[in-house]
Ligand binder design. Structure first.
Ligand SMILES: [Zn+2]
Length: 476
């Protein structure tokens, strides 16, 4: 009886395995067939199916982000609130029964706006909603007042003679394009970093930029500016989209004077840190699959979509894997990075501290909580079948396979540069920049259903990468 059962089980395994190898066979016959995916075992298939189903039923991620934004709230890099977030994170990771939980401390240049006010003073008087850009110095005490000079984009400012700019407040009115993959951000964000140094070189007094965002609302979008990279000492702020519209209408009518008052608290060597936890691999513990998100946030909103959601997604995905009867072969490591927003300090500190670790693959969840629609890799060509094997298990979640130029995310950028393979679990970001870095980044912007789909995709990806012996690098 027992032998018969074993034989039947072996038969079932064999037929599953041959079914999975089907596409490889059909490539030779039919050149239109999809390219081969690496096979996975029947047990892995059952585990993936179980993980996917469990994630789609799970409230784990929602509970994590709800707790973070309720108990800690906004957590500016280097602040007391960010320190509380690290304490919260360690406790949360202990509660979820991970191992090797620790904080790896580092220090950063601290910046916070104690005051950020602007108003039109002539030819009419109107209050404006602004956000001082991260790193902006203070204006002279009591603020400064000057005529604005409007430019449609950075190129127009760069082409302008100094005589058009000197003694004025530069206003860059460039708009951001709404795109599904967030590709409008890179172009729009350039003005946030470059306005101050370019305007300063031409003798301007301050810099205002139309908020880097896609909404029409009266929220200003925070963001880093130039202190970290270019050493500009010009006060700089983002104007809410509605107030940028106002400035544009006034500038079209004639001379417009604006008063700007920024008071910044700037300190060196503020404390920050990365919180790390692991599921130790059962066979190859020294090989690491890195799942990242960042713990800090800007401080006008709650840091729910940026990046409380990411913290919740990667942690919940790992927790589902932690609950499996067998740990995966390789180690899964969670990195909750500190101080991403004001210069990706956490990602840089991690890459320095762990340069000698064997990273199999790395990825960060840092684009809100929209449904994942595309899986991209940055693998060696020889590893393409592994990328397709992972994608095949993501496809039931409505995810397409993209190209091989994944970025991985800001906090794994230094690892990527050092040659670590990365993937993007690309979220639908059509509305992400409506809320990003604003007072409106709050818990209600997260759709619990989409959050579960994210957890399912991360769990499937992380499990397959960790329970295999696949190398995503070029073989030596
Ligand atoms: Zn972020």
């Amino acid at each position: 009886m027992r032998n018969l059962a074993l034989a039947l089980a072996a038969l079932a395994l064999a037929s599953t395995a041959s079914a999975q190898q089907q596409p490889a066979t059909s490539v030779a016959v039919n050149p239109q067939a999809p390219p081969a995916a690496a096979p996975i075992s029947a047990e892995q298939q059952r585990t993936v199916d179980r993980l996917r189903a469990a994630a789609l039923e799970s409230d784990l991620a929602w509970n994590i982000v709800e707790d973070l934004v309720t108990e800690v709230g906004p957590r500016l890099a280097g602040s007391e609130a960010e320190a509380r977030a690290r304490v919260w994170a360690e406790a949360m990771l202990r509660e979820n029964r991970f191992t090797n939980i620790r904080t790896e401390a580092f220090t950063i240049p601290y910046w916070d706006a104690v005051r950020e006010e602007a108003s039109v003073v002539a030819p009419t008087q109107q209050h404006m909603v602004i956000a001082a850009l991260g790193g902006s110095p203070s204006t002279p005490a009591g603020g400064l007042e000057a005529e604005i000079v409007r430019f449609p984009d950075m190129a127009a400012l760069e082409a302008a003679p100094a005589s058009a700019v000197q003694g004025r407040i530069v206003f860059i009115d460039e708009r951001m394009q709404r795109t599904q993959d967030g590709s409008g951000y890179g172009a729009a964000v350039a003005k946030r970093g470059r306005c101050a140094p370019v305007a300063q070189a031409k003798g301007a007094l301050a810099c205002l930029v139309r908020s880097v965002g896609t909404d029409p609302h009266r929220f200003a979008h925070q963001g880093g500016s130039s202190r970290q990279s270019q050493g500009a000492s010009l006060p700089a702020a983002a104007v809410s989209p509605a107030d940028a519209d106002l400035l544009a209408r006034l500038a079209a009518r004639g001379p417009t004077r604006v008063r700007l008052n920024i008071e910044a608290d700037i300190r060196e060597n503020a404390p920050s840190g990365n919180v790390i936890a692991e599921i130790r691999g059962r066979e190859r513990p020294q090989e690491v699959v890195l799942l990242a998100a960042h713990l800090d946030s800007w401080d006008m909103g709650q840091g729910a979509i940026d990046d409380g959601a990411g913290v919740a997604i990667v942690t919940a995905a790992a927790r589902l894997i932690r609950d499996l009867p067998h740990r995966p072969r390789r180690t899964i490591r969670i990195l909750l990075a500190g101080a991403e927003e004001n210069g990706v300090h956490g990602g840089a500190a991690y890459a320095r501290a762990h340069a000698d670790d064997t990273h199999i693959v790395a990825a960060e969840s840092d684009f809100g909580a929209g449904r994942i629609y595309r899986f991209r890799t940055r693998f060696a060509d020889s590893a393409a079948p592994y990328g397709r094997a992972i994608h095949r298990q993501l496809a039931p979640l409505g995810i397409i396979l993209g190209d091989n130029s994944a970025s991985g995310g800001a906090d794994v950028g230094d690892l990527r540069t050092a040659g670590v393979p990365v993937v993007d679990l690309g979220q639908d970001g059509l509305d992400y920049f409506d809320y990003h870095h604003t007072a409106d980044d709050t818990l209600d912007k997260i759709d619990p259903e989409a959050l579960r789909q994210n957890v399912a995709a991360w769990a499937v990806f992380a499990y397959l990468a960790a329970d295999s012996d696949w190398s995503f690098r070029a073989s030596e």
